[in-house]
Design a protein. Structure first.
Length: 258
């Protein structure tokens, strides 16, 4: 049996509404003996809350099977002084980081959620303060660099735009802590004791997740849900091993795969 990394938003659910057949698919993958790890760039809620929400939708998982970017930031930035532009809900997952308003060692940007909070977090004043800290020598980190994500209301702008703006204005390249960084994928494989060539990444994101997973040596399955767009697949040089209508098809496909 193989190891499978499952993206969450757009693969298992969209705005809290499960993808049809996704709950059963996760159960079937477990019964088939596959080792699962849930890997997400969601940086708006703490891991425990995300896990509880998934269980509330019917998915079977333990908290420690869910890998999140705030936990990755806590490991990477432990003991540092950090000016953080993040949703307030994830602050408990940044334990070990000293959050400061000035004289920072690093600037950290998280992602946006569907509330009005990003209006305050990514205000002109806060982005200007981040710019100043970077000008004084702070390093730039981001939980992810996603351009947008799919919601029940349609595509919404994500914080990658603010990361790119700070990179452009300061000449400082951001260190990405979530997907598609090699360190994030490595942590997931280490948790499963898995080899890249025997591991599948299942995602709706061709350019970030599929490209990043393939660069790390993993096999990839792209699903036609969430942020999937046919024109992106047709116009991209990135070619996943398999394209499925949804994650609901994955158990049957894996049973018949060579």
């Amino acid at each position: 049996m193989g190891c499978i990394l499952l993206d969450i938003d757009g693969v298992l659910h969209v705005s809290g509404e499960p993808i049809p057949g996704a709950v059963d698919a996760v159960s079937r993958l477990r019964r088939q003996g596959h080792a699962l790890r849930f890997v997400t760039n969601n940086s708006t809620r703490p891991r425990q809350t995300l896990a509880e929400e998934l269980r509330g939708l019917g998915f079977e998982l333990e908290d420690d099977e869910l890998q999140t970017t705030p936990r990755a930031a806590a490991r990477e930035l432990a003991g540092k002084r950090v000016f953080a532009l993040v949703m307030s809900a994830i602050v408990p997952d940044l334990e070990g980081i000293e959050l400061v308003g000035e004289s920072a060692d690093a600037v950290l940007l998280g992602g946006c959620d569907e509330t009005s909070e990003p209006n305050q977090v990514f205000s002109w004043m806060n982005l200007g303060r981040a710019f100043g800290e970077l000008q004084m020598g702070a390093d730039l980190y981001c939980l992810h660099k996603n351009k947008w994500w799919q919601t029940s209301r349609g595509p919404l702008l994500d914080a990658g735009a603010f990361v790119a703006g700070l990179e452009y204005s300061t000449g400082v390249d951001a260190i990405v802590l979530g997907k598609p960084s090699a360190s994030y994928f490595a942590a997931a494989l280490d948790a499963l004791g898995a080899e890249p060539e025997l591991t599948w990444m299942v995602t709706d994101d061709l350019e970030a997740d599929v490209r990043g997973a393939q660069a790390f040596g993993m096999r990839t399955a792209l699903v036609r849900t969430g942020k999937f767009r046919p024109e992106t697949l047709e116009g991209s040089g990135v070619v996943p091993e398999i394209v499925l209508s949804s994650v609901a098809q994955l158990p049957d496909w894996l049973e018949g795969a060579p």
